[in-house]
Design a protein around this ligand. Sequence first.
Ligand code: MG
Length: 248
Amino acid sequence: MRRILNITAVVAFTCSACFAQNDKRTPESTEVWEPQPKIVTPGATPADPPSDAIVLFDGRDLSRWESVNGGPAKWTVKDGAITVAPGTGDIRTKESFGDIQLHIEWRAPAVTDPSVVSQGRGNSGVFLQERYEVQVLDNYQNKTYINGQAGSVYKQHIPLANACKKPGEWQTYDIIYTAPRFGADGRVVVPAYVTVIHNGVLLLNHVALLGATEYIGFPLYKEHGDAPLRLQDHGNLVSYRNIWVRKL
Ligand code: MG
């Protein structure tokens, strides 16, 4: 009985101490003032690069890009856009990246052959860290397997919506990407995450990647560090413009 009383006394004391502490709380006691976030000057519109962005293509040249086959990028630069030169191979940035915010605009060629459907229409891709493909595809009135449509992480994540504009019109991707983290043994500890917004419409909301994109078979992680951004030559005349990233 005495012991119970003692416990009661301890609990009562603890609670009263706790309330006393609560009494000392002020609005200011839960405010954080330092360090202040860095100042970033936004672009004139959300499509324009903010002050801390690295502009990877501003409409002029491919000086920040190279061919994955070695040597300079061989895609066509014309009228402020770059267009896949089929058969020349993918292109990638010379610089490597980890976690990024990416803005990229793309345009599928206007359809001239109605017999070309599914994955054959305006196919390209944005490969994050060279490995993880966010699909670029003309899915305007064009069905394909849904885990391979525009804005999917190819064969991993199905988009929440189809926000495609008509082929021939410019479209935007805004992508937030967190690189995977690997342990000392080379195994993935934290997967990569991606958020994809297509023409202002959320398609993928912070989804965890299962590994590198595969055409055949299942995705697997292999340890890597920072890596380039890569654009796919899938043989279609897809164009890109206004490409910028912010390192996070
Ligand atoms: Mg593709």
